[in-house]
Ligand binder design. Structure first.
Ligand code: NAD
Length: 351
């Protein structure tokens, strides 16, 4: 049996503490240090029984972790990950992988050239229901995937915007929230060739979008729509429908993604699969519906277990820096499409 890996946390805020909650439940890894310049994080590190550092480089030199979870502010993601990679330490890097594609490309190159892995924190891909949906789509259970409908429509309370950066340009729901949905759409449906988009801030009037409508053309020919708003009293979103995070009261009967192909259709998160009894049937025959089985489990814990295996070099990251960079490139294409009114292609990313 391997000794538990020593994991450090950089950024002991809301998300970092969620990771720690799951880390405590693992036999294969233990927390060894906390790095976060906020004074209150020193007390938090003491509560956890580990040494506190204000600075990541000092932490790496002193604690010599086997891996680092990075959950600090978005603008620090790339520089922090580069510091860890330079010390030869694999990272679990929260989403977004960075805020600027040019900067993220340096991280992709550093991980490739050093051979030190980056696991990007698109944790929903680890959710067993997404694992099952991915199997179904890729096994051909839906036939040729043709149309994709994604919904992210919910209401953030006004208090959410008390924190100033949440009202400012660049920090809107595209980069904060829809990045998860777009990452899943890439994962389930394939790469996106081009997008058209309209965004609006008409409800709140802040510096970032509160509504978005996106048209997606996938490389496999499928066509999709993603409509998003964080200013509507509606029940259609992964957050409300999947039950993944108990802080959101669940609307378990409502879908957030509808995938339809020539041989069947799938609603997510319900995992109901619709199909005809025979090939060649059509709208005059009844559609049959199957409830696809999966074993619910916690995506964040499964992601950490995967990170342990990534550190041990037993598996490649499920979401590499290059993979996460493609999701960021898709966000940038949507922004450009919304700003120009043109169809835009995501910038290519070399692995
Ligand atoms: N995967 C998800 O579903 C999900 C959900 C929420 C947040 N996140 C991501 O997690 C990250 C953190 O978000 P949060 O909501 O926990 O924010 P937060 O503000 O609660 O926590 C950020 C922490 O980083 C610390 N920090 C600031 N500068 C630092 C530095 N130089 N070095 C180390 N630590 C530093 C802050 O003191 C704070 O404790 C963000 O990138 C966010 O996008 C992901």
């Amino acid at each position: 049996m391997n000794a538990p890996l020593r994991i450090a946390l950089v950024g002991a805020g809301i998300m970092g503490r969620q990771h720690l909650h799951h880390l405590k439940g693992l036999d294969s890894a233990v927390l060894c240090a906390v790095a976060d310049p906020a004074p209150q994080s020193a007390g938090f590190a003491a509560q956890c029984g580990v040494e506190w550092f204000a600075d990541t480089a000092q932490m790496l030199a002193a604690a010599k972790p086997d891996g680092v979870i990075i959950a600090n502010p978005n603008t620090l993601h790339v520089s922090t990950a580069l510091t860890c990679l330079a010390a030869g330490v694999p990272v679990l890097l929260e989403k977004p992988v960075g805020v600027d594609l040019a900067e993220v490309r340096t991280l992709v190159a550093a991980s490739r050239d050093s051979g030190v892995p980056v696991l990007a924190g698109h944790h929903r891909r680890h959710n067993p229901l997404i694992v099952r949906a991915h199997e179904l789509v890729h096994s051909g259970a839906l036939g040729r995937l043709s149309t994709v409908t994604a919904l992210w429509q919910l209401q953030k309370p006004e208090s959410y915007f008390d924190i100033p950066w949440r009202r400012e340009a660049g920090a809107g729901m595209l980069l904060t929230n829809l990045i998860h949905d777009l990452d899943l759409l890439r994962h389930l449906c394939g790469e996106v060739r081009q997008v058209q988009a309209i965004t609006s801030n008409a409800v709140r009037g802040y510096g970032n979008e509160d509504c978005a409508a996106v048209l997606l053309q996938f490389e496999n020919g499928a066509l999709g729509t993603l409509t998003g708003s964080d200013a509507v009293a509606a029940p259609w979103s992964w957050e409300l429908d999947s039950g993944e995070n108990p802080v959101y009261p669940r609307q378990s009967d409502q879908p957030c993604y509808l995938l339809a192909g020539t041989g069947g259709a799938l609603s997510i998160p319900q995992l109901k699969r619709w199909h005809y009894a025979e090939d060649g049937a059509g709208w005059h025959q009844p559609l049959l519906v199957e409830q696809e089985a999966f074993k619910p489990d916690e995506a964040l814990r499964l992601q950490l277990e995967h990170f342990v295996r990534v550190i041990r070099r037993e598996v490649a990251p499920l979401v590499s820096a290059a993979d996460a960079a493609r999701t960021l490139a898709l966000i940038e294409a949507i922004r450009e499409a919304a700003a120009t009114g043109r169809a835009c292609a995501p910038a290519p990313i070399d692995a």
